[in-house]
Design a protein around this ligand. Structure first.
Ligand SMILES: Cc1ncc(COP(=O)(O)O)c(C=O)c1O
Length: 364
């Protein structure tokens, strides 16, 4: 097994796709990862962020924690900054391993299993039928076996649906630890009003994860945060290396989240884009008889077909330089499924045209 083959399957494999296709990464339209398609102006921010690289970062990340805590109206002790939400998944999984049996929905985000295996945690995946997702993009939990830790993605990946509020609230009474990954929540229309962050101070068994990489379209920067009981976060800080957040990412975060007003106007802009493009895209796809979509509230959605969609995915990649997320690594899905991350309108048009041409060529 080579190093490349050993890497877990995620969306966003832009560089390796460019190598495979012998083109520059700029020529590829990557709809396999799900990021906001625009960013706040970064040039000046990057220049000042890089000016401070001579020094070690502030190990306590105090300023950024304070700025984020202002956004959520909490005290900074409840916030822990991570090198992307992915780094924090590693530490929350260590808590999960020490707490008992973890329950996770399948299909679901694969990185949770990577982290649980690292700590030799006990876990069980719970299959849920995508048919349970209501047209409003909400779903109840399927029947759950006994367990100690519940992992929720909210909205869920790869479907983009929300779990109903009643289900989530009842989980807080039922489980010793509830991990809620809100990586995509600030991109979902009215997402913030559904966040569980306000419940953290009264529920020491609740931990919420957030990512800034999707919201600001800066996946290469690696920045996320956890919101949880201060004693838990202090424990994590004794396990991590002393400088998990590099200074440019830290400075960039401080500049992007300089005050709650900026943050909420950015979220509104991104959410307006999600609402418009999701509606537009799903409408466009309804004219393709052989494709169906799963109701989503997020900036990505699942496509499925009675046909194997591998030839479609490969045709889009090879002929049109468009990447969609292969779903064969998701438990319970397979090659009849693809996940598509919304783009700007012009890029969405490019995808629809390429889908049209490729489906015709395949005679689906
Ligand atoms: C549900 C979910 N959580 C967390 C992450 C990781 O986010 P980050 O880029 O902040 O590490 C991803 C990345 O795709 C994700 O899909």
């Amino acid at each position: 097994v080579t190093f490349a083959e050993s890497q877990p399957q995620h969306g966003g494999g832009l560089v390796s796709a460019a190598q495979r296709l012998s083109v520059h990464p700029r020529e590829i339209l990557d709809a396999s990862s799900s990021l906001a398609p625009f960013r706040p102006p970064l040039k000046a921010r990057l220049a000042s962020a890089f000016a401070s690289v001579r020094h070690y970062p502030d190990t306590s990340s105090f300023l950024l924690r304070s700025l984020i805590s202002n956004v959520h109206d909490l005290s900074p002790e409840y916030i822990c900054i991570g090198n992307g939400a992915a780094e924090l998944i590693t530490w929350v999984a260590r808590d999960a391993a020490a707490t008992g049996l973890s329950l996770l929905f399948a299909p679901g985000f694969g990185d949770y299993l990577r982290a649980l295996r690292l700590w030799q945690a006990r876990f069980r995946t719970i299959p849920f039928s995508l048919g349970l997702i209501h047209p409003s993009a909400h779903a109840e939990f399927p029947a759950l076996p006994p367990g100690d830790v519940l992992w929720l993605t909210y909205p869920h990946n790869p479907t983009g649906h929300f779990w109903t509020r009643d289900c989530v609230l009842s989980a807080l009474d039922q489980y010793r630890l509830v991990i809620v990954d809100e990586a995509f929540l600030p991109l979902a229309p009215n997402g913030e009003s559904l966040s569980l962050i306000p419940l953290v101070p009264d529920n020491p068994n609740l931990i919420v994860l957030r990512s800034l990489t999707k919201l600001y379209g800066i996946a290469g920067m690696r920045l996320g945060y956890a919101v949880g009981a201060p004693s838990r976060l202090i424990n994590w800080s004794t396990w991590r290396d002393p400088w998990p957040i590099n200074t440019p990412a830290y400075e960039m975060g401080c500049s992007l989240i300089s005050n709650p007003k900026n943050y909420s106007s950015w979220c509104s802009k991104v959410q307006a884009w999600t609402a418009t493009e999701l509606h537009w895209f799903v409408q466009c796809l309804s004219r393709f008889q052989c494709l169906d979509t799963v109701p989503s509230a997020a900036n990505f959605f699942l496509i499925f077909s009675k046909y194997d969609l591998s030839p479609l995915r490969l045709g889009l990649e090879v002929r049109h330089k468009i990447l969609l997320r292969d779903c064969s690594s998701f438990e319970g899905l397979g090659t009849h499924w693809l996940r598509l991350g919304l783009q700007s309108r012009s890029r969405n048009v490019r995808i629809v045209n390429a889908l049209d041409a490729t489906l015709r060529a395949l005679c689906y």
